[in-house]
Design a protein around this ligand. Sequence first.
Ligand code: RRO
Length: 309
Amino acid sequence: SLLSASLLGIKFANPLLNASGVHCRYTDELDALAASAAGSLITKSCTLLEREGNPEPRYAATALGSINSMGLPNQGYAYYLDYARRHNYATKPLFFSVAGLSLEDNLTMMAAVRDAYIPAIVELNLSCPNVPGKPQIAYDFEAMDRMLAAVSAEYALPFGVKMPPYFDIAHFDAAAAILNKYPLVAFVTCINSIGNALVIDIENESVVIKPKDGFGGIGGDYVLPTALANVNAFYRRCPDKQVIGCGGVRSGEQVFMHLLAGASLVQVGTALHEDSPRIFARLNRELSAIMERKGYRSIEALRGKLKTL
Ligand code: RRO
């Protein structure tokens, strides 16, 4: 039907899901996403062991978006693997986000997912900006190449990678060339938050989050053009992969933009955090209205059809 989507040969009722990290740390939050109008859902990025994360306050909303330095708070991978074993895949697909603190931890977690023989789809997070002393893997191209070589060899099934935003054509070229060496990297999610930004409250003359002297990853309206550029850059450079768009989606218009730029699915972070899983019904309704107004009868008919001048 109108909003049907597809990734890795799997069918989705619509292209929408949460961005990992939002409304997905606990089973009750995941259950609410499963019961919502989202076409799929993804778990909070996990580590081998449970983590409390950074001190609070560690998230703040502004008129234009959000800043966070959560620090990877999660219940440990076994908790999400239990959830994934119990998930009803007949209702909608489930993604499993992995963000190990080392290459070895990622190998351990992905082997456990593989050996569970469940249809959960792994999204490997190469772009967490908020763990003190742990630089983003995807900003270190040699480390990213080593990670993908080892993970591809161990996991041996198709998976995706969550990428940070890049801001230079040379970096798009270099990152895409590495991803293209690994055929098991079947999708690329663009983008994680724009890392290490600083929001200032002028009344208090202060930062607004406690960790890292106020530095954190931003999302929302701030990041939409950067997200669209990254979606389109990887869509153009990785013809044998699919792209999942993430960044700045708060209405059907931004979903439509991500699809035009080349996204197969679209994630919602800040706007979901500021609203509730009921947002997915509205986004689907607004996307349908735009498509009908323009005479599109499927998402496939418009995906990647962005015109240039
Ligand atoms: O938990 C976080 O601080 C976090 C992660 Br792992 C991430 O990938 N992106 C983000 O904005 N926050």
